[in-house]
Design a binder for this molecule. Structure first.
Ligand code: ATP
Length: 243
């Protein structure tokens, strides 16, 4: 059983390079920028989020640019710590959010996959299996054995996708751009992704694509300006957005 629970979840990003004084005028206009206790200018990325996601729910995070969707995904993945409130995730997490997250740019694809396997507590034999599986699925060929800082963006996606989908998580967190690889790769990736989504207890995907919501999700959380403005069955939320 997997579970995600958030209560009063808040997250701010400080802008170290902005002087508080120069922003005063703008602060009067926009409620999202403010100064914190140390007089730093901060942007409120997430404000007072309350929700509970249980096994069987496939949740789309929808809303305009800057709404807070990716920030929420990263907070669920443990990349960001909330400044206030609480977030609890039960179940092993698989994150398809940032390609390079947790990877060492100076190590090869093979080395990065091995490190990830060891980090996950796999045995030597299981690591070898994981490496073979990722090498085959990513189709990187010789590039699997060169440092990943030399990869093109598409190669990075192939490696990250192959690695993230080689291990079945209970809680799958995903940014939609992972669905936007090159056509030949995505045709192959679709089937694997469907299996991964089907095997996960919970899916949370940030997307602008209503077809993605219809295809994969049974619930949608609509965000705007860092707050939740609607939360309910996917079809209802889409209808409220005129989709
Ligand atoms: N690393 C960061 N440093 C400072 N501000 C950030 C950072 N990441 C996000 N923000 C700010 O937090 C807010 C939410 O951004 P976020 O990327 O979560 O939005 P989003 O809904 O995913 O947008 P999009 O649909 O464009 O991907 C925005 O105002 C953004 O400028």
């Amino acid at each position: 059983m997997a579970l995600i629970e958030a209560s009063g979840l808040c997250l701010d990003f400080p802008f170290y390079h902005l002087g508080a004084r120069s922003l005063k005028k703008r602060l009067l206009r926009g409620a999202r920028l403010h100064t914190d206790d140390s007089n730093r200018v901060v942007v409120t990325a997430l404000r007072n989020l309350d929700f509970r996601i249980t096994t069987g729910e496939r949740v789309a995070l929808v809303g305009p640019n800057g709404a807070g969707k990716t920030t929420l995904l990263r907070t669920l993945a443990g990349v960001y710590e909330p400044v206030q409130g609480r977030i609890a995730v039960e179940g092993q997490i698989g994150a398809l959010i940032d390609v390079a997250a947790g990877m060492d740019p100076d190590s090869t694809g093979r080395e990065n996959v091995t490190l990830r396997g060891l980090y996950r507590g796999l045995s030597d034999a299981e690591c070898v299996e994981l490496v073979e599986e990722v090498a085959a699925f990513s189709g990187l060929g010789d590039f699997f054995d060169v440092p990943i800082r030399t990869y093109s963006a598409g190669m990075g996606v192939r490696l990250a996708f192959a690695l993230a989908t080689a291990m079945q998580p209970q809680v799958l967190l995903m940014d939609e751009w992972f669905l936007a690889g090159d056509a030949a790769f995505m045709a192959k990736a679709e089937e694997r992704l469907a299996r991964l989504v089907g095997g996960a207890d919970i899916l949370v995907i940030a997307t602008h694509d209503f077809n993605v919501v219809r295809r994969w999700c049974n619930r949608a959380i609509r965000m705007e300006g860092g707050v939740i403005v609607a939360d309910g069955p996917a079809e209802e939320i889409l209808a409220s957005m005129g989709a």
